[in-house]
Design a protein around this ligand. Structure first.
Ligand code: NAP
Length: 331
């Protein structure tokens, strides 16, 4: 079966692409991954997605997007992509179960949790080490926990944990958070949260489960101080890395592995950088013509559900336009 569009990934970017390409009467398949829905499936309340003034649960938002895509004819398979061939048209995408062909593709594979890579971390994942407070906070009722990181994710995790834990300590490697002002204010005002600045986790210790962490702190005299802190759980919230391994050598990636968007001047290949952009340039096209990218797998700056959805829309509109141009040119 030849699809007009193969979409890899089923977070806000992939599902929004599906809604748009299906509504454009393009035969669309989303290869959703084994666990569909992306990172929002791991969150609780989403307060900043427009249209939901009271907030909405992450999994519910994703269910709604999925329903909307299916309503317009998007097919969705919960399969894991194992390989891609973008070297010739039509493109081929292999999963553990099947093989699909498409005239175009949108890569929307998102990003994954970054870990600290310290001794004890791997060993205790699920036994006191977590990356998802909304998933695991319940298990820390009346316990003491640590959250690592200084960005919005760390603030969010800490606030979620206060609903259950007795005490939440944020451990941050610098003396200043990078999180948004509103999140910092909420954290700093919260009576259950305190912060250990200029502090690193060097080891996670325990027996059957986590019992403590070894910390390394720089004190006011710039001396390194080591101490062990007894805790019941540690939540790592230090960012994400793009899910792009299967595209290595197939699409251009940046140094951190994010997929590059190559502004594509198909109408005027001899266009100089200072010239005005022609009508038909494709902002979301990758290094391979006909393969587009959307969402966190290329976006290391905003990483919001709403921007991912926006990028998904952009990629879908560009796929539609690119396929039209292919038909006009009899390709
Ligand atoms: P982030 O902004 O990249 O922050 C990562 C934090 O972890 C930084 O404070 C960083 O420290 C620290 N860190 C990184 N590697 C570390 C390591 N190996 N050991 C110790 N600490 C380490 O990531 P994020 O918080 O996941 O946020 C990503 C994006 O999503 C941001 O744009 C954010 O605004 C957005 N976001 C928004 C919301 C919301 O609006 N509700 C919620 C979550 C995320 P340094 O500061 O020293 O670099």
């Amino acid at each position: 079966m030849l699809y007009d569009v193969l979409i890899i990934g089923s977070g806000p970017a992939g599902l929004t692409s599906g809604i748009y390409t299906s509504r454009a009467a393009l035969k669309t398949l989303i290869i959703a991954g084994k666990t569909w829905g992306g990172q929002l499936m791991l969150t609780t309340e989403v307060e900043n997605y427009p249209g939901f003034p009271e907030g909405i649960l992450g999994p519910e938002l994703m269910e709604r997007m999925k329903k909307q895509a299916v309503r317009f004819g998007t097919e969705i398979r919960d399969e894991q992509v194992t390989g891609v061939d973008f070297s010739r048209q039509p493109f081929t995408i292999k999963t553990e179960r099947s093989e699909y062909q498409g005239k175009s593709a949108i890569v929307a594979t998102g990003a994954d949790t970054l870990w600290l890579n310290v001794p004890g971390e791997k060993q205790f994942i699920g036994k006191g080490v977590s990356s998802c407070a909304p998933c695991d906070a319940f298990f820390y009722k009346n316990k003491n926990v640590i959250v690592v990181g200084g960005g919005d994710s760390a603030m969010e995790e800490a606030l979620v944990l206060t609903k259950f834990a007795t005490k939440v300590t944020i451990v941050h490697r610098r003396g200043k958070f990078r999180a948004s002002k509103i999140m910092q204010d909420r954290v700093m005002k919260h009576p259950k949260i305190d912060v250990l600045w200029n502090t690193k986790i060097v080891e996670i210790v325990g027996d059957q489960k986590v019992t403590g962490v070894r910390l390394q702190t720089v004190n006011s005299k710039q001396q390194i101080v080591k101490e062990t802190k007894q805790i019941d759980g540690i939540f790592v919230a230090i960012g994400h890395s793009p899910n792009s391994i299967i595209f290595e050598g197939k699409l251009a990636l940046d140094q951190k592995g994010f997929i590059k968007r190559i502004m594509n001047y198909l109408a005027k290949p001899d266009l100089a950088p200072q010239d005005e952009l022609p009508a038909s340039h494709f902002r979301s096209m990758t290094s391979v013509e006909g393969v587009f990218v959307a969402g966190d797998v290329h976006d290391h700056q905003y990483k919001q559900a709403v921007t991912a959805a926006g990028y998904g829309c952009e990629a879908a509109l560009e796929v539609e336009k690119w396929l039209e141009e292919q038909n006009e040119h009899g390709k």
